[in-house]
Design a protein around this ligand. Structure first.
Ligand SMILES: Nc1nc2c(ncn2[C@@H]2O[C@H](COP(=O)(O)OP(=O)(O)OP(=O)(O)O)[C@@H](O)[C@H]2O)c(=O)[nH]1
Ligand SMILES: [Mg+2]
Length: 441
């Protein structure tokens, strides 16, 4: 997602960074390039035109300013306008202390049922009681799908056998209230806005339950077509937000940039994987940074902080300082890296790096294999790898299912790492407090 548009902006920015000053000519050529990049990414024509005009206007306004880095200034204007197109501020759910019914609507296969469980999981982890209502009476298996998803996250799923979505909603809300559950998510059947009967049904549900939130679940792969669907559903149901799913796929991403501008409905969440934790808040600044290839240092720090504790860092530093870092510590490190998620994802969050590693894929398996090799060592071998002779290597290879060659490589890398740590220690001690004091006293 956004890969192409990010690449385009990268080359536009490379030209901009070399600018000696902002002139009418380079404003024209840059905005022309931006417009082309946006249209190629499937951004709505009017949104693209409006965006370019705004960038043009602010660039012209700063043309006269004497700036040390005119290119950087231009880039920062584009960044600002992009955030504005995406909706400026992050808008979350508008939940009250009373009953909150959240109605999920959308076209077939857009991700409603999956999003229902993701959302329930999110609300649940905020410490709020939540329930799900299975009101899709059209697709066989829809109730079972939600029942299973609810079971996985330990959230009650209500439905009855009436085969009547309105009755199911009534029953589910009554039952939730009886169980003191204030936040209720309703999963509905996928419908086409051309299908009059189904649209009437969802309107009836809407009128009956007066939901606090009506979220349109939009599949980002459907591109521009979704805009007219959002408009139609908004006219019928007064949407309070959009959830853009499958953003982890290879859609061109233009819809994400067009929704707010064309329909006025805010994007509240994005689906970033099939898994239950794959629902992120829609943060315009974060998305703008991603589109422009600025990296995402905040998420990176967040991820690292979640996994690595300060006392562990101190412990490792100590071990490095007294040269006792062994394979046990190395295994812990590998495990922590794995817990943070995919290496490719992690590295792509580092500002300025993402475009350089384009196409470069880390072999994530290598981490797992290295862990398997270390697991097959005896405790003694982990502390004193020097004792690992060829017969021990054969045993480790057999135990881990890896080759002796790989075991040699890992041991070699480990010993190189230790040498480097030793060097670092020596350098540090050269400048350590006492020596420094002696030097300067
Ligand atoms: N990769 C990815 N897949 C998703 C995401 N959201 C949903 N899916 C997948 O999309 C498919 C359809 O999802 P559902 O949740 O069943 O869609 P639905 O809107 O309930 O479908 P109907 O009830 O048939 O209208 C499933 O295979 C989901 O796993 C997402 O954010 N990322
Ligand atoms: Mg469904």
């Amino acid at each position: 997602m956004f890969d192409n548009i990010t690449q385009r902006f990268d080359s536009i920015f490379r030209n901009l960074r070399g600018l000696g000053k902002i002139t009418d000519e380079n404003i024209d050529s840059t905005t022309r390039e931006i417009r082309r990049a946006l249209l190629e990414a499937d951004v709505n024509f009017i949104v693209a035109k409006d965006f370019v005009n705004r960038v043009k206007k602010s660039a012209q306004g700063t043309k006269v300013l004497k700036s040390i880095k005119p290119g950087e200034q231009f880039i920062s204007m584009i960044h600002k306008e992009l955030i504005s197109v995406l909706g400026e501020n992050q808008i979350g759910l508008n939940l009250s202390s009373g009953i909150n019914v959240i109605l999920l609507v959308g076209l077939q296969g857009s991700g409603k049922t999956t999003t229902a469980s993701k959302l329930a999981n999110k609300i649940n982890s905020m410490g709020k009681k939540v329930s799900l209502i299975a009101a899709d009476t059209y697709r066989p298996g829809a109730v079972d799908q939600l029942k299973q998803l609810g079971k996985n996250i330990d959230v009650p799923v209500f439905y009855d056998n009436s085969n009547n979505a309105i009755k199911i909603c009534k029953y589910g809300i009554k039952e939730s209230q009886a169980q003191n559950i204030n936040t209720i998510i309703i999963d509905t059947a996928g419908r086409l806005h051309v299908d009059g009967e189904m649209m009437v049904e969802i309107q009836k549900i809407y009128d009956l339950i007066k939901p606090r939130e009506v979220l349109f679940i939009a599949d980002s792969m459907t591109g521009q077509d979704m805009i007219s669907s959002i408009k139609t559903f908004d006219e019928a149901l007064n949407l309070t937000g959009v959830v853009l799913t499958k953003l982890d796929g290879d859609a061109r991403g233009g819809a994400a940039l067009s929704i707010r501008g064309v329909t006025g409905v805010p994007i509240k969440f994005i689906g970033v994987s099939e898994k239950v934790d794959g629902l992120d808040d829609f943060n315009p600044k974060k998305i703008a940074d991603k589109i422009l290839g600025f990296g995402d240092i905040v998420s990176l720090v967040d991820k690292v902080e979640k996994v690595i504790k300060e006392e562990d860092v101190l412990k490792i530093e100590q071990k490095i300082a007294n040269n006792s870092f062994d394979f046990n510590d190395f295994r812990d490190q590998l495990y922590q890296i794995r817990k943070m998620g995919s290496m490719t994802d992690l590295i792509s969050m580092i500002p300025g790096i993402s475009r350089k590693i384009k196409g470069l894929k880390f072999d994530e398996n290598q981490l797992v294999w290295n862990e398997a090799i270390i697991n097959s060592m005896t405790p003694n071998e982990r502390v004193k790898p020097d004792i690992i002779n060829s017969s021990r290597k054969k045993r480790i290879a057999l135990g881990s299912g890896r080759t002796v060659y790989e075991i040699n490589t890992l041991i070699k890398k480990f010993s190189e790492m230790k040498k480097m740590m030793k060097k670092m220690n020596n350098k540090q001690s050269k400048f350590s407090g006492k020596r420094l004091l002696r030097k300067f006293s």
